[in-house]
Design a protein around this ligand. Structure first.
Ligand SMILES: N[C@@H](CCC(=O)N[C@@H](CS)C(=O)NCC(=O)O)C(=O)O
Length: 368
């Protein structure tokens, strides 16, 4: 059998946005298929082991799951207009930003959607009609309600707790101000073309903050440079040969406050997840998937503390970045280490994560 790539997902979905924007930027022909209930819960479950989106079905009928693995796979096949920087600091930064964009923003994306009821009609309408196309409206509403119930069931775990709304909102506004200042100066995170870092961040920005009515109006609309970056990412202009990342492996000064926040907040979160996982692994068989979530971690945010459950999967994302670092020649590692030290990120390189393999939405320890 041979067909174009098929992307199973929804416009509402965080990680589908990451892959869709990537496919469009790369000019890879694909069918953008709103996933229905049967495909989501039966076919995808059978093929990947989880009820999850996005899934990319390849022309030779492999069903690929996980946005990072999908992008890795396609980068090998379509090396033109690579989204991976070739110089050490930008390359490492792209992977760190990918881990942060994928993992850190989950509570923000869930909070800005599920804590404001004006967002629900869009969710209900789109999710319902995708799940049960051609079915009566009342059945579509019921199906959307079922999925919404499952997603609401995750809120507490990911840190969307009413006593934390103010911290989440303040953090989001401050971070979006930083991103606005950056995109007012530089078209993409690392220069004049998008990288893995942009595709990760656009997941939360396109599917959630840029489309759900409350955050779209309250957070994104007042920040026109951020808005136009989202729009450029969603409908990318054709890749231009002359569009380069910043010269001399530089990270824009406007991105430095974002990186500092990552090192001050995301890295401590990762360290705490790693401590919990390391404890557990003392008595855990190789190959057995870890629970999806563990006990709470406590993340310093200015004078406040944000609590959310530790997700072992996050370590797999960070392992990707550390693998890239480990594969660099010494002089490149020195450049990355010096850059991290300047921005307060040196402890990232001290993390000792047990080797993990992804198993659908979970991770399992494997021999190093
Ligand atoms: N890390 C995966 C996660 C995919 C994911 O979490 N997808 C969400 C929708 S955006 C989902 O299907 N979640 C179901 C669940 O968490 O059980 C990726 O990068 O693709």
């Amino acid at each position: 059998m041979s067909h174009d790539y098929i992307l199973y997902g929804w416009h509402l979905s965080y990680f589908t946005g990451k892959v869709r924007c990537y496919l469009r930027y790369k000019g890879i022909p694909f069918v953008d298929q709103d996933v229905d209930l049967y495909t989501l819960t039966q076919r995808i479950k059978r093929k990947t082991g989880a009820v999850v989106m996005p899934v990319l079905r390849t022309p030779d009928d492999a069903w690929l799951q996980d946005s990072s693995d999908i992008i890795d796979y396609l980068e090998q096949l379509y090396p033109a207009s690579s989204v991976l920087p070739s110089t050490p600091v930008q390359k490492f930064a792209a992977y760190v930003l990918e881990a942060w964009g994928d993992e850190w923003w989950i509570p923000i994306a869930m909070h800005t959607r599920w804590s404001y009821s004006e967002n629900y009609p869009l969710f209900e309408q789109e999710a319902g009609s995708h799940l049960l196309p051609r079915f009566p409206r009342w059945m579509q509403r019921k199906a959307a309600g079922f999925v919404a119930g499952n997603l609401r069931g995750m809120l507490q775990r990911v840190g969307v707790r009413s006593e934390q709304f103010a911290v989440l909102n303040d953090w989001t506004l401050r971070m979006c101000d930083l991103l606005e200042a950056h995109f007012s100066q530089v078209p993409y995170l690392l220069g004049a073309r998008p990288t893995l870092a942009d595709f990760s961040l656009v997941g939360t920005m396109y599917g959630h903050l840029g489309r759900d009515p409350w955050p779209k109006r309250e957070i994104i609309a007042p920040r026109p440079a951020l808005r136009s970056w989202i729009d450029r990412m969603a409908s990318p202009p054709p890749a231009e040969p002359g569009a380069h990342l910043l010269p001399d492996d530089a990270i824009a000064p406007t991105l430095e406050p974002v990186m500092r926040a990552i090192f001050a907040q995301f890295v401590p979160m990762v360290e705490q997840i790693n401590a919990q996982v390391s404890d557990l692994l003392r008595d855990w068989p190789l190959g057995k998937p870890l629970p999806r979530s563990l006990a709470d971690v406590e993340i310093p945010i200015g004078n406040a503390v944000l609590r959310r459950a530790a997700l072992p999967y996050t370590l797999w994302m960070v392992q990707r970045a550390l693998d890239v670092y480990a594969a660099m020649p010494d002089q490149d590692q020195d450049k990355v280490a010096a850059w991290l030290a300047r921005l307060g990120g040196e402890s990232l390189l001290e993390l000792r994560i047990a080797r993990l393999e992804r198993k659908a939405l979970r991770v399992a320890p494997v021999a190093a």
